[in-house]
Design a protein around this ligand. Structure first.
Ligand SMILES: Cc1ncc(COP(=O)(O)O)c(C=O)c1O
Length: 303
C-alpha cells in the first residue's frame, strides 16, 4: 500500500513509504511513547502551543525526556510539511495532518529506562482529509461500547499515549455494531469519552461534556469549545454524565482536532432529538471554524 506524505525520523525526512524505525525501539516493542495529532488551517498548525504543552505533560507521566524546545520542533514540523508538499502557498488549498510521536527510543529489551537514554522523534505530515460533507450535514452514528475506558490508576487516559489498545478494542466493537466512533464509560459507569474524540451532549441549550475526573483525554478541541461557547453565546459546562443522559439529550456531538465538531444523530438504536444535526451544534461548529480561521490567518501574516 502506498502511503502519502513525508516522515521525519530522528533528523532524516523521507517519503512516507520509506520511513522506518528500528525494531528495538521501545515505542514498537512496548508501546512506550506519546503523541499529538495536529492539523493546519491557512497552512498554520492550529493551537500548536496547546498541543506541545500536552505532549510535554503526557511525556512527564512516562518520565520521558523531551529534548527539544517548542520552536525547534515547529521548525522540524514545517520542514516535514514542505517535504510532504502540503505547504504550497495560496491559492493552493492544501491543509496538513501532522502527527508527532515521541518514544522511549532504541535499546536492549528491558523496562529499565537507562537502556534507552535517547528518545525517538517521528513526525508524519500528509494532506489533511476533511471528513466527508455528510458528517456535518447529516450527522453520524456512534456506539456505546462495552469496553471500558482505562482506569486512571492504570494507563491514565489523560496521557496521549502511543499505546492505543484500549481505543482499538473499543473501535472494533463500534465497527461491528455499525458505529463510526466508540463511546466508553469508565469503571464507575460514568460516560468518559470516545476512542478518538471527546463527547458533548446538549440539554436545553447548554452544551455539557464529562468532567476530567471521569477519566479522559483533555482534548484541545474540547477546551477550545468552552471559549467558542463564550463567543457565540452558548453556555458550556462539564458535569458527571451517565448513559441515561444520552436518552434525554436534545443534541450530541463529538470533538477532535481532525473532526472538529461532528454531530451525532444516533447512538446504537437510539435516535438523538430530531435525528438531524441540531442548532446548538451548528452554532458552535460555525464559531469554531470562524475562530480557527481568524487565529491561523493572523499567525500566517505574522510569519
Ligand atoms: C481518546 C481521545 N480523546 C479525545 C481526543 C480529542 O483530542 P483533541 O481535541 O486534542 O484532538 C482524541 C484525539 O485523538 C483522542 O484520541
Amino acid at each position: 500500500m502506498q502511503m502519502r506524505g513525508a516522515v521525519y525520523v530522528n533528523g532524516t525526512i523521507s517519503p512516507a513509504d520509506h520511513a522506518v524505525v528500528p525494531v528495538y525501539d521501545h515505542g514498537f516493542v512496548y508501546g512506550e511513547g506519546v503523541y499529538e495529532t495536529l492539523r493546519t488551517y491557512n497552512r498554520v498548525p492550529f493551537l500548536y502551543d496547546r498541543h506541545v504543552k500536552r505532549l510535554r505533560s503526557s511525556a512527564r507521566h512516562l518520565s520521558l525526556p523531551v529534548p527539544f524546545d517548542d520552536g525547534t520542533l515547529l521548525g522540524w514540523i514545517q520542514q516535514t510539511m514542505e517535504a510532504a508538499g502540503v505547504q504550497a502557498a495560496p491559492p493552493s488549498n492544501n491543509e496538513a495532518y501532522v502527527r508527532v510521536l515521541l518514544t522511549r527510543g532504541v535499546g536492549e529489551l528491558t523496562y529499565d529506562p537507562k537502556a534507552t537514554p535517547v528518545p525517538s522523534l517521528v513526525i508524519i505530515a500528509k494532506p489533511h482529509e476533511e471528513p466527508p460533507a455528510r458528517v456535518f450535514e447529516d450527522g453520524i452514528k456512534i456506539s456505546l461500547v462495552r469496553v471500558l475506558r482505562n482506569h486512571p490508576g492504570s494507563v491514565n487516559p489523560i496521557i496521549k499515549s502511543n499505546n492505543l489498545l484500549n481505543n482499538a478494542l473499543a473501535m472494533q466493537e463500534a465497527y461491528r455494531r455499525g458505529g463510526e466512533e466508540a463511546l466508553m464509560c469508565n469503571y464507575c459507569g460514568e460516560l468518559s469519552e470516545c476512542a478518538q474524540s471527546n463527547l458533548f451532549i446538549v440539554r436545553r441549550g447548554v452544551a455539557v461534556t464529562p468532567k476530567s475526573k471521569s477519566g479522559l483525554l483533555e482534548g484541545v478541541t474540547r477546551a477550545f469549545i468552552f471559549e467558542v461557547g463564550k463567543d457565540v453565546g452558548v453556555d458550556v459546562r462539564d458535569e458527571i454524565l451517565y448513559p441515561k443522559d444520552l436518552e434525554t439529550a436534545d443534541e450530541v456531538f463529538i470533538t477532535s482536532t481532525t473532526r472538529e465538531l461532528s454531530p451525532v444523530v444516533r447512538i446504537d438504536d437510539h435516535v438523538i432529538g430530531s435525528g438531524r444535526p441540531g442548532p446548538v451544534t451548528k452554532k458552535l461548529l460555525e464559531g469554531y471554524r470562524r475562530r480557527a480561521q481568524e487565529i491561523t490567518a493572523s499567525q500566517s501574516l505574522a510569519r
